[in-house]
Design a protein around this ligand. Sequence first.
Ligand SMILES: NC(=O)c1ccc[n+]([C@@H]2O[C@H](COP(=O)([O-])OP(=O)(O)OC[C@H]3O[C@@H](n4cnc5c(N)ncnc54)[C@H](O)[C@@H]3O)[C@@H](O)[C@H]2O)c1
Length: 248
Amino acid sequence: MKLDGMTAVVTGAASGIGLAIGEALAEAGAHTIFGDIAAEKAETEAQRLRRRNLAADAIALDVTDDRSIADFAEAAMAFENRVDVLVNAAGWGKVQPFVENEPGFWDRIIALNLMGPIKLTRAFLPGMMERRSGKIINVSSDAGRVGSLGETVYSGAKAGAIGFTKGLAREMARYAISVNCVCPGPTDTPLLAAVPEKFRDAFLRAIPMRRFGKPADVAGAVVFFASGHSDYITGQVLSVSGGLTMAG
Ligand SMILES: NC(=O)c1ccc[n+]([C@@H]2O[C@H](COP(=O)([O-])OP(=O)(O)OC[C@H]3O[C@@H](n4cnc5c(N)ncnc54)[C@H](O)[C@@H]3O)[C@@H](O)[C@H]2O)c1
């Protein structure tokens, strides 16, 4: 799948799934801009890709900070005066019973996993609407489709990202902008490593393919949604989970 001549932005691109997505988009030919709060790590990864003669740059980004989003969007647009693909991958969660959550924790989960994608999307949409083309891909979670034990508010925020994807897809269809959503199941990243072992063992037993996802598994689905192969697909939710969830 070729993305030559396109510019892509990936949030949360310094680690895990976002990093694999950034790498896969650059390998497909897109000039890929890594946005992450871990700015040094993002720059190190972008440099690694540049050494492979791939087009990659990094810009500091905190998806929970309005000023940072505005600065990031301006700097990202400055490269090619356009962004064709936006991938909202930055996110975070922690396994803990709902009744033990501190209210500040809820705010943080929602700011990162729901408001972040909403605000980044708002920042990059005007250019896409003007050009009447664009691809927006939100990295939600199977937690948002079917719920996840101990990740209750995270599940709500990720479900919000799915509803946002579908509503926006309807609004943007007339501009030939597609908006889709990828829902990873348990995927081998630092985020999963922080989940208690008994939960990880239970996941593994429940996954029909009997392995955790690899970040590259998710990246493959994202490259498809970024490419012309998915031009007639919008508002869709794709689970990348080794068959863990199959309903709707
Ligand atoms: N790993 C899984 O099992 C799994 C499953 C389902 C969904 N997801 C989702 O996939 C996405 C990527 O997760 P991952 O497992 O690769 O996690 P990760 O922790 O490896 O990577 C997340 C990245 O987001 C960045 N980030 C955190 N806060 C940020 C902020 N405020 N602004 C900008 N960047 C920020 C981090 O620095 C990090 O580089 C998340 O949205 C996550 O919810 C992960």
